[in-house]
Design a protein around this ligand. Sequence first.
Ligand code: F6R
Length: 608
Amino acid sequence: MCGIMGYIGHREATNVILDGLAKHEYRGYDSAGIAVVKDNEILEVRTIGRVSVLAAKVAAAGLTGEAGIGHTRWATHGGVSETNAHPHISSDKRVVLVHNGIIENAREIRKDLELRGIKFHTETDTESAVQYLGYVYNGDPKEAIVKLTKRIRGAFALVIMFYDRPGEIWTARKGSPLVVGHANGEGFCASDPTALLEYTRVVWFMDDDEIARITRERCEFFDFAGVPHNKEPMHLDWDAAMTSRGEYPHFMLKEIHEQPDVVAHTLLGRIAGGGVDLSRELSWTPEEAKKWRKIHFVACGTSHYATVAAAYIMENLGKFDIRTEVASEYRYRNMTIDSETLAVFVSQSGETADTLHAARLAKSRGAKCLVITNVRGSTIDREVGESIITPAGPEIGVAATKTFTAQITALTLLGMYLAKLRGELPEDSERRLISALMDIPGKLSLLLAKEKEIEELARDFADARGFFFIGRGIAYPPALEGALKLKEISYLHAEAYPAGEMKHGPIALLDKELPVVALVPKNSLWEKTVSNIEESMARRSPIIALATEGDNEIKQYTDHVIFTPATEPELYPFVAVIPLQLFAYYIARQRGCDIDMPRNLAKSVTVE
Ligand code: F6R
């Protein structure tokens, strides 16, 4: 989605804002713009394209200032054009703003203001907000913003400057994320906290229905009635170095390589005496754990697939009645959600609108709610109140990789902990799994050492028409994630099926141009999966097998084999996913795709 950056302080504001916008580019990036307020005048530069294009235009225009606001746009209302790019200025040239979100009653406001003689210039919903502010502004920014928040409906993170207030940046939030930061005479705001890491770790995550005033001296907070309130800052525990690509050509590759550490960090502090212990994060009693008869996992995209993997893992650990639901559907189904439900919301960003709304629904129905997120202080984390934070560090590549592994680690621990609280996890199973989990980082490092081999394989298949990914049982969830990775970044059609389901329809598509990636670990379903491989071969589909180290028989079926280290059967998704991520990465690279910023996608999806 769109990215916002605002700055006020002693540095050159345009430099700080351009740097911040570049860090937001992964969220959405069809156009960008920047505005400063100087000598009672609003000056701005906007462009189609990337932040680098904007930077060149800003330099050419000689735009400078001590305070300003900037935006990277991911078009929703109105096409991609320089006119529609933010910031937007009111016709009377007194107010400038950037916006992330959607103003639902924009048409109605526009019609009303046009009748009053105000001329609109863009096709955006955002312009209705800035024109309205220009219309009501009479020298008191807070009063004007309070009026605006009463007039507009929808979701918004707004960052606003007024022509006669060069020392103030104002923000208002409802539904779209915004973080405010401060350090030694400098004030900031951004959509994503990673944009602030280089400057400050002292931040305030804005709540819904909140207004902020940022000056060099301080940040002040008000509600939508304009009443001030105290708000404690948070200390960000991420490090600025985490947002750099280092020597890797892409963030995605860097993040794939971080996975051994990510798993190790996620386990850290959650294992005690050879067993699982989440009591530092979850103050749950055995009675409560027994009461939650239904477990709902709710998430989107990769996070959803992490929950599908978790469900397969947990069903082997205890007597769980689990549903895994896509968040955008969860809200609109008529499921029984009540006090006997434990609803677990999984979101890397903690800002995904679908997941957030689903969490609100479950909370309102009396379910016990838990969040698994990578961003402490994110909206879901704050709203739900009970979270397990995955310490994967910032994930910049649009395609999720390391956060998937962190999520399945956290979810496996959660499943074990619940089973243990219920008295359903035998001690020997607990020890066996904990010891296997502790071996996972080493196994992931072994898999990463196969990078060259996987690159070569990808080279052979980069011209395929599309791919099927098949797996049975615990091999099915990583097949889903492997197919998603491939389609997202290579734009090839890739679909995952439970291997046994192919014969019920999808097999009709198979031919020599449609390879099948078969996940065939050496477990009790090996023979059945091999039968499905044979069925695919009979339709002349090339086979790529993901088989277990030491499985020599698989070579009878195909020459294209990636061997994965053996692990406890439940933990197979951990070892399967890295080769699939690398395979997708190298196919996309071979095809010359924009890997870290794939077309049409945004990292944080804050609209429904
Ligand atoms: C896939 C991907 C998306 C996200 C989905 C949910 O690579 O990144 O499918 O997984 O948009 O996002 P979060 O986890 O932030 O809620």
